[in-house]
Ligand binder design. Structure first.
Ligand code: GDP
Ligand code: IMO
Ligand code: MG
Length: 425
């Protein structure tokens, strides 16, 4: 099977960018298949740190190509900013020729972001907690069959098509929210960025990816967000607007399901969530603050503090089932060093019953976690380089999780740097 998939099993920010970077050298193509600049994927190596929003995390290897797939929504302004930053750091992707973009990927317009902000403002307390990057409104235009796609920027009609969609958005803004904020500056930046995008190869991602498959090359599909933010299976409506699960890799790139090989599911040794919505194991106390402080749990895209809590096994099992995960990666184990006891939620108390699954009504009825207490470890993990240096109590935690989850933890991450990664099996 030619295509492996790496995706998040929790609520995002599991460390996907870091691990895709670690695995990139073993693949010919890294392909983002959904989401947009709501994602922030952090990579660290050689004392340098990069945060990628739209660009796949395989760009730092010379023999690996990178594709922004048709399932992604692209904000040209953010993409240009990413490209400019990389260029300033000595990675000019135009010269490196290692990035191609799907013509069928949809465009985020400045007015999509205004609609996102207006919608959140109107919802008040009950808001989704969107990153305000225009993701929801852009996917709405895609499924509503009004959207503009990357391929459209090559058409002489593009400015007219753009204006038509903007007119629709401004009349919606006026009617629903009573105002249309000025977006002149962003519009100018949008067209400047579109000119840069035109210089990259714009491809039919389905043919591009299947061409790699025919040649026997290896592909890694890079997910964004996490399973619990999936539009169908996440804690709706507190979700993002795309399929973040394995199935999304098929529609987001144009590949058949039988091409999927390994599904690498990634999770933190604990749990975080940013934005609104249910989070059964959330710790709104000093322990939660400790996790946030030690784990630097602040959004890579928005800088917002992330909500923190213990690991949630019913949610993880659900995610493993939905994705067909064949291998697991546990990240941020180092953050738990120093806790005498750690806890794993095994069940929920829900409506007076003990259940071991995510209930449909989780947004309205509280699911209270039932915990298994686990001995913590005190050793600093950040310098360990071999499996035999793993403290026994951490090894016990990993074995416990493997037994509960039924899937092997293949990689263990003990720090943000590329080299702080161990292969366990
Ligand atoms: P992504 O969205 O899944 O790519 O994850 P983010 O980049 O948003 O968030 C993960 C954060 O944790 C980043 O700041 C990473 O540099 C950092 N990180 C990744 N793995 C580890 C780890 O094993 N230990 C520690 N301490 N930090 C990590
Ligand atoms: P990565 O790829 C964590 C969350 C937002 C909000 C909800 C909807 O870095 O893991 P949206 O902007 O999509 O309308 O927001 O989803 N969210 C993320 N949380 N990591 C992400 O991406 C996220 N992308 C969106 O906080 O709750
Ligand atoms: Mg992130």
């Amino acid at each position: 099977m030619a295509v492996d998939v790496l995706l998040g099993l929790q609520w995002g920010d599991e460390g996907k960018g870091k691990i895709v970077d670690v695995l990139s050298a073993g693949y010919d193509l890294i392909a983002r298949f959904q989401g947009g600049p709501n994602a922030g994927h952090t990579l660290e190596f050689d004392g340098k740190k990069f945060v990628l929003n739209t660009i796949p995390s395989g760009i730092f290897f010379n023999n690996t190509m990178n594709l922004i797939g048709n399932g992604v929504v692209i904000d040209p302004i953010t993409l240009k900013r990413e490209l400019d930053k990389l260029k300033d750091a000595g990675h000019d992707l135009l010269t490196k020729k290692n990035l191609v973009i799907a013509k069928k990927a949809h465009l985020i317009l400045p007015t999509h972001q205004l609609l996102d902000a207006a919608s959140e403002k109107k919802m008040g307390e009950g808001k989704i907690g969107s990153t305000l990057k225009g993701i929801g409104p852009t996917y709405m235009d895609k499924t509503g069959r009004n959207g503009l796609r990357i391929g459209d920027i090559l058409s002489p009609e593009f400015k007219g098509q753009y204006q038509k969609l903007v007119n629709k958005h401004t009349s919606m803004l006026q009617a629903l929210y009573g105002e249309v904020p000025d977006f002149g500056e962003r519009e100018a930046a949008f067209f400047e960025a579109v000119d840069l995008i035109k210089q990259f190869p714009l491809v039919d991602s389905e043919h591009y990816v299947n061409g790699f498959i025919k040649q026997g090359k290896k592909i890694l599909a890079e997910g964004a967000q996490g399973t619990m933010l999936d539009i169908d299976f996440g804690s709706y409506p507190f979700v993002t607007s795309s399929n973040t699960t394995t199935a999304g890799a098929c529609t987001g790139l144009g590949i058949a399901p039988q091409q999927i090989g390994d599904v690498i599911g990634i999770f933190k040794a604990y749990c975080t969530r940013v934005g609104g919505g249910p989070f059964p194991t959330e710790l709104e106390n000093e322990t939660g603050e400790e996790l946030r402080r030690i784990g630097h749990e602040f959004g890579a895209t928005t800088g917002r503090p992330r909500r923190t809590g213990w690991i949630d096994l019913p949610a993880l099992k659900y995610a493993i089932m939905l994705n067909g995960a064949t291998q697991l990666v546990m990240t941020k184990a180092d953050v738990l060093s120093g806790f005498d006891k750690i806890y794993a939620c095994t069940h929920y108390k829900y409506n007076g019953e003990i259940i071991d699954y995510m209930p449909y009504d989780i947004c309205n009825t509280k699911a209270e976690p039932v915990y298994q207490e686990i001995e913590g470890w005190h050793e600093d993990l950040t310098g360990i380089t071999a499996v035999d240096q793993i403290p026994q109590k951490l090894a016990n935690y990993i074995s416990y999780l493997e037994k509960e989850l039924g899937v092997p933890v293949k990689y263990l991450s003990v720090g943000p740097d590329r080299v702080q990664t161990l292969t366990l099996h």
